[in-house]
Design a protein around this ligand. Structure first.
Ligand SMILES: O=C(O)CCC(=O)C(=O)O
Length: 275
């Protein structure tokens, strides 16, 4: 049986998302979690050195979006360019896929850690083809620890599922907010190792972490073509090929070697504007 069922493919096109439960092996979840904590530790030290408690949408010891650290990490690179992600891309966006962005999203034990309704496309800032977001749960996800909530297309009020809403910035958090209705969305209550797969046009949010444990996710995003800056002169974040004609053309480390690490720029949390 293939990883993604026909029913899930239909749900992706109809509702904008589907869920794969417990598909990441435990050892990989643990390795990604270890990398996450190592990277957050470095990030904390960077914020401390700069004397910052808020850096774009990052809030010291509360909520972190740390993007595009995979070039320094073999485990992250193997995961991003491995067969699991390749399978999900083939089933959703098809045989051409580029890594666009990747980031850890960490909520520390703090009630001030919710993240506002948005489309990932709302963080890009100009029109682009929809891309794919694979939100990987590195901890068991619950209402209490601030899982994500998804709003299916049929409930988000848009006329056209390709539409990117306006995303004005919320002053207190710097979050961009794209949905202002009162639908709470559907929470993804999933065990660690699960993946919520959704389109960059799908509205989602996440709750506050009310527990005394970290809540960690890893978001891997893939586009069907390079996503460029508005004037088309440069790649916006990343455009490293994963699939061409459905075939994995970059298994292993080649992408990491050919890409200069962005240590202080790139992802949503770090200033590219893309989420
Ligand atoms: O992990 C989360 O809390 C949500 C992350 C998210 O929505 C995003 O990065 O687009």
């Amino acid at each position: 049986m293939s990883l993604v069922s026909q029913e899930q493919i239909e749900q992706y096109h109809r509702d904008g998302y589907f869920i794969l439960k417990s598909v990441i092996p435990d050892a990989i979840v643990e390795a990604l979690r270890d990398e996450c904590m190592r990277i957050i530790d470095i990030y904390d030290k960077e914020m401390e050195a700069k004397g910052l408690t808020k850096l774009r949408i990052n809030h010291y010891k509360k909520r972190y979006f740390v993007a595009n650290r995979s070039p320094g990490s073999p485990i992250m690179t193997e995961f991003l360019f491995g067969e699991l992600m390749a399978n999900i891309c083939r089933a959703t966006i098809g045989g051409e896929a580029y890594l666009y962005n990747e980031q850890y999203v960490v909520k520390a034990a703090d009630t001030d850690t919710k993240f506002a309704w948005h489309q990932d496309s709302g963080y890009v800032g100009h029109y682009h083809s929809a891309f794919l977001s694979c939100w990987c749960a590195l901890d068991d996800m619950s209402l209490e620890n601030g899982t994500i909530y998804i709003l299916p297309y049929s409930r988000d009020g848009r006329q056209d599922s390709d539409e990117i809403a306006e995303h004005p910035e919320e002053a207190s958090s710097n979050d961009k907010v794209g949905y202002h209705g009162d639908d709470p969305g559907d929470p993804a209550i999933v065990p660690k190792g699960s993946i919520v797969v959704f389109s960059s046009r799908t509205f989602h949010r996440s709750g506050a972490n009310m527990t005394d444990q970290y809540r960690r996710s890893y978001l891997a995003q893939y586009s069907t073509e390079p996503i460029m800056t508005k004037d088309g002169s440069a790649v916006l974040v990343r455009a490293e090929p994963l699939l061409r004609n459905g075939v994995r053309i970059n298994p292993g480390m080649a992408a990491a070697a050919s890409w200069a690490p962005l240590m202080s720029g790139g992802g949503p949390g770090e200033g590219s504007g893309a989420d």
